[in-house]
Design a protein around this ligand. Structure first.
Ligand code: F6R
Length: 367
């Protein structure tokens, strides 16, 4: 049932061209240049009235929520707050009938997320659930929602469910932008086209970079710590890369916004510290290049995720992994793939049971 792969995690990483396609199917229509999401249409009036959107989630799903904050604020010009469900639930948050809450959960059973939603629902908020498991508790208590359609995820570390969440969140942002009239037709169409190309671009990474990533994994598998840095749309990608590495290899890893490194983490940098930069081409590219130079100047080892043809970033890095070019808004869908593979192969090198890392459960139904 692992389809010829050694582990579910690897199988699920390789399924992503298909699962991302499935999450877009029937929703993204290039011919009509439209996005159909019945769950968003059902709460269209609430969205028009909303002064803010609150996203509630845990773990990897929270990282998807953080990316959505960047994308929704950019495209829809509405305030977005991203909350850890456990904190939101206990700190007596201010919730009104005008609030729209997007809950993100692969399992649909995470206890903290579920109870946070129950509380918010009692206070009159509108709940939209973005869930993978059909008929799960979070799906059932939501007023409206969308399924991610990633299929069952067996590996404890989330991979294909994450990229499916990102894909549907991109659609949600585009749909809300249309409803609110905050996006030009031209930008809408460009992003639709770019989103439709994601499955084949993920396929390109899986077909062209695996040996390179395996080599990098064995080179750095003895590391004790690792730092993941990214900016803008790919700041959440850096957090997700660090979480994956922790879970699957037990290497201590931290993710930071690249510029924050100067405010503390830079003290860790020496010749033993791998620093993984998510350095795909975007509007802050020159900034991340100078962050890379700062790490090199302190003898840190730089591993960079770079866009195809980016000579500057690749020549600065000790090792680099190439991803296809795409719109910066959509880049997180591509940039995370090499990070999943890097964690997987480092975990294998270190002899970790990657499908069932110690102490972790697939669905956290206790708080
Ligand atoms: C990380 C991971 C966890 C989950 C978190 C939320 O790989 O799997 O961090 O993302 O426990 O779970 P769901 O999405 O089921 O609510």
């Amino acid at each position: 049932e692992k389809g010829g792969f050694d582990h579910f995690m690897l199988k699920e990483i390789f399924e992503q061209p298909k699962t991302i396609f499935d999450s877009l199917r029937g929703r993204l229509d290039l011919d009509k240049s439209s996005v159909t999401l019945s769950g968003i249409e059902a709460i269209e009036d609430k969205i028009k009235q909303a002064r803010r959107i609150i996203i509630v989630a845990c773990g990897t799903s929270w990282h998807a929520g953080l990316m959505a904050e960047y994308v929704i604020e950019e495209l829809c010009r509405i305030n977005v707050e991203v909350e850890y469900a456990s904190e939101f639930r206990y700190r007596n948050p201010i919730i009104t009938k005008e609030d729209v809450i997007i809950a993100i959960s692969q399992s649909g059973e995470t206890a903290d997320t579920l109870v946070a939603l129950e509380n918010a629902k009692e206070q009159g908020a509108t709940i939209f659930g973005l869930v993978n498991v059909v008929g799960s508790s979070i799906a059932r208590i939501s007023h409206a929602g969308a399924y991610t359609h990633a299929g069952p995820e067996i590996g404890v570390a989330s991979t294909k469910a994450y990229t499916a969440q990102l894909a549907v969140l991109q659609l949600i942002a585009l749909k809300i932008a249309k409803i609110k009239g905050t996006i030009s037709d031209e930008r809408f169409n460009t992003l639709l086209l770019d989103l439709a190309e994601v499955p084949e671009k993920v396929d390109f990474i899986l077909n062209n970079q695996v040996e390179n990533i395996q080599r990098i994994a064995s080179k750095y598998s003895g590391a004790q710590d690792a730092l993941f840095l990214g900016r803008g749309f790919n700041f959440p990608t850096a957090l997700e890369g660090a979480l994956k590495l922790k879970e699957i290899s037990y290497i201590h890893a931290e993710g930071y916004p690249a510029a924050e490194m100067k405010h503390g983490p830079i003290a860790l940098v020496d010749e033993n510290l791998p620093v993984i930069f998510v350095a795909t081409k975007d509007s802050y590219h020159d900034k991340i290049i100078s962050n890379m130079q700062e790490i090199k100047a302190r003898k840190g080892k730089v591993i960079a995720i770079v866009s195809e043809g980016d000579e500057i970033a690749s020549s600065l890095a000790d090792d680099f992994i190439v991803v296809p070019n795409c719109n910066e808004v959509i880049a997180p869908l591509l940039a995370v793939i090499p990070l999943q593979l890097l964690s997987y192969y480092i975990g294998i090198e270190r002899g970790v049971d990657v499908d069932k890392p110690r102490n972790l459960a697939k669905s956290v139904t206790v708080e």
